[in-house]
Design a protein around this ligand. Structure first.
Ligand code: NA7
Length: 495
């Protein structure tokens, strides 16, 4: 018991950006009976799993951080993987989260029975909890393409999301398959050292020039170190300014047109006219996840780099054969082919009230009321779950607001005001209909294919602004939820 109220037990699945935020928020609210289960051997989520050369965040560092953890000395304007990973470890240190984190612990299932959650791990442990929070991430499951003959290749094949540190690329003939954010970063990083780089680009992408390789100016670091509040102020200003990006992605208009014009102009950084035309996308800029780069254009103009837009036919033991019959001799193939972004917490088995499984609940595709609540799954929440604003709103803000929302339910539980909370079917149906309507004018829906699309052809993003997100999460309408009352004894029994 804490101060006359009960101390609910919480299991958080995942110690990435969202799971760490949840830990920080639980502690700040005075809850200490929680465990964060993490499959990997360190915290950080995508920043732990991904280690390919050139990996950096495509959001400026001043912005890619939590509201509660200031950082003044980012080495670069767009920081690299190691710096961001270290930042997440620092969060765990600063907020004393390590005693709550169990690394190398994969969750295999979670089942709601007798009013509580029972969470099973691969090691055979079972944890019981009042609340489960799935902070399992969006970009976690690598998408490995089904290319004929890939298994016959005698060199190494690696996916960027599971980089092999033993892979030698310097002086080798390397292929990069995929030209999204990852393929573009990798191309910029590998081009100067490989013998040859064959970049297989199935669909051209708009690439915006941005200062992705530039160091954070020394005077700025000195200023922020001297006045950490200046770094806080610039963070807050950047979050406010990012509303502009939200606006132009969800509403057509001159702001969207201005950025799209910039993207079209950036194409002219490709000097070779023939290559430029081959790489000119036939869909609107910003439709796919926008790629930013400060070194891609230079990289693809190098004599040892070739961008191949012919489709891959098959792989054989010594290389890749394209549909024009050309054989590309290779020592290594790197798959920069993205993620199965809509798997969410699968393959974990999640069973809610009355035996309903997550696969049954999501038979028409993943969905969650206000990104976090799923009908049939009481006291279960996702952070950055379905329809999250991964393409439009400052991600840490979205995660923190979701954590605050979850903590508010946990506080009600602790005060004995409810035993369980579950979103109603009608609220979910209404929300899904609003999402469908709001997605229509968004830029993601203007005629391209991307990882934003679910199998049913709908976009899995948040098509509203930050104010709407706040209103769903910070001032929830109680009529959208059904609550069960606590059993009389649960208010007095010690947990
Ligand atoms: P993306 O953005 O999903 O890009 C994947 C790339 O891989 C894209 O160019 C795909 O081409 C290509 N791809 C996928 N499958 C194949 C096959 N079978 N053959 C050839 N090419 C293929 O993933 P990223 O890892 O680059 O970025 C993910 C996010 O990480 C990014 O948006 C940032 O948020 C950070 P396609 O366009 O489908 O023709």
């Amino acid at each position: 018991m804490r101060g006359g109220v009960s101390n609910p037990r919480v299991v958080v699945i995942g110690a990435g950006m969202s799971g760490l935020a949840m830990g920080v928020k639980l502690k700040a609210a005075g809850f200490d009976d929680f465990t964060i289960l993490e499959k990997g051997s360190d915290v950080g989520g995508v920043w732990f799993w991904n280690r390919y050369p050139g990996l950096a965040c495509d959001v400026p560092s001043l912005l890619y951080r939590y509201s509660f953890q200031n950082k003044t000395d980012w080495p670069k304007v767009f920081s690299a993987r190691d710096d961001i990973h270290r930042y997440h470890r620092d969060v765990a240190d600063t907020h004393d989260l390590w005693p709550h984190i169990r690394l190398d612990t994969e969750v295999t299932g979670a089942c709601f029975r007798d009013g509580r959650w029972h969470v099973d791990t691969a090691a055979g442990d079972r944890l019981t909890a009042d609340f489960v929070v799935a902070a399992t991430g969006v970009l976690h499951h690598p998408n490995t393409p089904d290319i004929p003959g890939l298994d016959d290749f005698t060199g190494k094949v690696v996916h960027t999301a599971r980089w092999d540190p033993d892979l030698e690329t310097a002086g080798k003939r390397v292929a990069v398959i995929g030209g999204g954010s990852t393929g573009v970063q990798l191309t910029g990083a590998l081009a100067p050292t490989v013998r040859s780089l064959a970049v297989f680009q199935r669909t051209p992408q708009w690439v915006l020039w941005a200062p992705t390789t530039v160091r954070q100016p020394k005077f700025l670091t000195a200023l922020f170190n001297r006045f950490p509040s200046a770094a806080q102020a610039s963070y807050r200003a950047s979050v406010r300014a990012s509303a502009l990006f939200t606006d132009l992605t969800i509403h057509p208009g001159f702001k969207r047109t201005a950025v799209q014009t910039y993207a079209r102009l950036c194409l002219y950084l490709i000097r070779d006219r023939e290559l430029r035309e081959r790489l000119r996308p036939d869909y609107q800029p910003l439709c796919k996840r926008q790629v930013l780069s400060g070194n891609y254009f230079r990289a693809i103009s190098r004599p040892n780099v070739e961008v191949i837009t012919d489709r891959i036919d098959h792989v054989d033991p010594t290389g890749i054969v394209t549909v024009d019959g050309r054989h590309h001799d290779l020592d290594a193939i790197v798959l920069a082919t993205g993620f199965r972004a809509h798997n969410y917490m699968r393959p974990m088995s999640v069973t809610g009230r009355d035996g309903i499984t997550i696969d049954q609940a999501w038979d028409s595709g993943p969905h969650a009321f206000a990104m976090t609540s799923i009908t049939g799954f009481p006291n279960f929440f996702t952070i950055l779950g379905p329809n999250s604003p991964v393409g439009s709103i400052h991600l840490q803000t979205a995660a923190e607001l979701t954590c605050d929302h979850i903590v508010a339910w946990i506080e009600r539980h602790a005060r004995g005001e409810m035993a369980t909370v579950e979103v109603t079917t009608s609220a979910t149906d209404r929300f899904n209909a609003e999402v469908r309507r709001a997605l229509e004018p968004t830029v993601w829906n203007t005629g391209c294919q991307s990882w934003y699309f679910k199998e049913d052809g709908s976009v899995d993003l948040w098509p509203f602004d930050l104010a709407t997100l706040k209103s769903y999460l910070s001032t929830p309408n109680l009529a959208d939820y059904s609550l069960t009352r606590p059993r009389a004894r649960s208010l007095t029994e010690s947990d």
